[in-house]
Design a protein around this ligand. Sequence first.
Ligand code: F6R
Length: 243
Amino acid sequence: LLPTPEDCGRVVADAVAGSVLAALARGGPVVLGLATGSSPLLAYRELLRRHAEEGLDLTGVQAFLLDEYVGLPAGHPESYREVIRRELTDALGLDPAVVHGPDGAAPDPLRAAREYEAQLRAAGSVAVQVLGIGANGHLGFNEPGSSLASRTRLKTLTEQTRQDNARFFGDDVAAVPRHVITQGLGTILDADHLVLVATGEHKADAVAAAVEGPVTASCPGSVLQLHPHVTVVVDEAAGSRLS
Ligand code: F6R
């Protein structure tokens, strides 16, 4: 629990850089799991600052996204592949070829989901997975009701999530895709280290339910309680309903 979102960004950047650099030092392939959305942006900016000013070097990392919209053409500015390149990986000096995401433009999204799961497994274990949480407790795009053991698959977004994300589509809910491909909760739990970041009052209920409530599919974020190495980073507002 930290005073401000900026403090959260620094602590998340510490956790990510720490886990990735330790994995790079051990040798072998290193996989970094990335979330999109607003929550990790300050952490990503901090990683970029360290890259530019302090020589933080993540060369050798393979980056894998949590999820992707279905139906946006490849290269659409709000597709998560494009967002993460723009916000993080290009400026970190990572080649687009090492930045992977589900293929939301594939003619057969069911197959694209299975292929992404296989690609992720073949890459080795995820050293650190950055996560945000939805106001309804979703993790990745595993909306409430998702199986705790789920693998990467096609999902339908809830109306609330589409409304929450309309801000990225000119406040036009109709422009927000209805379907997504998301890593499953079981897939997310396979990562070595999970780092959840949440800021703002609107996340307070979801954070309390995920951290202190029962482990249940009605709050997908509660699966974090099943993992042995989780770092939850919240500001005062998002942590305000923790007991
Ligand atoms: C994004 C993702 C989502 C977001 C969540 C919170 O890749 O998987 O679970 O982390 O919707 O979104 P923000 O951070 O925009 O509040």
